[in-house]
Design a protein around this ligand. Structure first.
Ligand code: NAP
Length: 325
């Protein structure tokens, strides 16, 4: 099969398409014939080996331990490993797998769900990592309750486009999205009640208060973010690029968790996962049309992976990029 490989950490040019044997599904695993795979910032982090802390955390010191990139997938089950009970060859599935920029990829049964009927494979591939992160940030870390006011910083990106829609679907009374000038109309079209253009206005100037703030982009200091919380409001630090070569945004997340023990605000962070139950929950919302994947562009082939990652890092993507396999 063909797959997108890398032998060393580096820029998108380290990615190349090569022939390799098909993976064999182990116990509890499914082999998926990949039809489409999503692109997210995590792909860049593992490709680049940045921040360096990630290498020490088990991704591989000199090169990624797993040489094939890609996590999101949508496709059809080709074969199942021992002990798999929920899927059979031919089933249309979506979720996360290992090395999904490939014609076939292994995925844990526990990280797959039936593909939502309403979505094609390409739209479905834009969902797993970003939408599960948004759902877990709002529901679990954020403990969103109906009627609350929510601020989503980074509303135009992969996680943010789902966060805006999911916040409304989960009952938020008012959702404010923060994005750049060119994407304001786009974020409004996702259902945001209000948009703050961070190039003209400081979303953390303290003039408005929110029960829940999802901080997905911009790396604003904790003190500024806390200024816009209601007295018992919750701040969820999801991520933020350009946080430094060694630890990235992780230092800010750790400081937030420490501080949380001493202040009335709840400060939380998360490591998003793609459990079958969340994929199924999202599937129901997607099938009902309550959430719609915002796909900026579908790239035509695996060979386009370097260009897709380059474009994502360029910062002008609205929602998600997808690679057709
Ligand atoms: N904790 C987890 O488990 C988890 C999971 C997934 C992702 N993440 C992290 O979350 C972050 C976002 O991921 P993503 O996939 O959504 O990235 P993305 O698709 O690149 O979106 C980021 C968005 O942030 C906006 N932005 C840039 N600078 C900003 C600023 N100063 N203020 C407000 N918004 C700004 C950009 O849009 P504009 O042009 O409109 O500003 C962009 O659309 C990344 O750091 C990623 O690593 C964490």
């Amino acid at each position: 099969m063909k797959a997108v490989f890398q032998d060393t950490y580096g820029p998108p040019s380290v990615l190349r398409v090569e022939e390799t044997p098909r993976p064999v599904p182990g116990p509890g695993e499914v082999l998926v014939r990949v039809h489409a795979a999503g692109v997210d910032q995590g792909v860049w982090h593992v490709m680049a080996g940045m921040p360096y802390l990630l290498r020490a955390l088990g991704f591989g010191l000199r090169a990624p331990r797993n040489r094939v990139r890609g996590t999101d997938l949508a496709g059809r089950v080709e074969a199942v490993g021992p002990g798999v009970t929920r899927f059979a060859p031919g089933d249309a599935v979506y979720g996360s797998g290992v090395g999904t920029y490939a014609e076939y990829a292994r995925a844990k049964e526990a990280h797959l769900a039936p593909k939502p009927d309403r979505l094609g494979f390409e739209e479905a591939a834009a969902v797993p990592v970003s939408a599960c992160t948004a759902l877990q940030a709002l529901r679990d870390s954020g403990q969103l309750r109906a009627g609350q006011h929510v601020l989503v910083i980074g509303a135009s990106g992969g996680v943010g486009t789902y966060a805006v829609q999911l916040a409304k679907a989960l009952g938020a009374a008012h959702v404010t999205g923060v994005c750049g000038t060119a994407k304001a109309g786009f974020v409004r079209s996702l259902g945001a009640d209000e948009v703050v253009d961070h190039t003209h206005e400081d979303p953390a100037d303290g003039t408005r208060r929110y029960d829940l703030v999802l901080d997905i982009a911009g790396n604003r200091p904790l003190s500024r973010l806390r200024r816009v919380l209601t007295p018992r409001g919750t701040l969820v630090i999801v991520g933020g690029e350009h946080g430094g070569r060694w630890t990235g945004g992780i230092g800010r997340q750790l400081r937030g968790l420490l501080l949380s023990g001493f202040v009335r605000h709840r400060i939380r962070t998360l490591v998003g996962t793609q459990p079958a139950a969340d994929l199924a929950r999202l599937g129901a919302l997607l099938d009902a049309g309550a959430v719609i994947p915002a796909v900026d562009r579908v790239y035509a082939a695996l060979a386009d992976a370097p260009e897709a990652v380059r474009r994502l890092r360029g910062g002008d993507v609205r929602g998600k990029l997808v690679i057709r396999v």
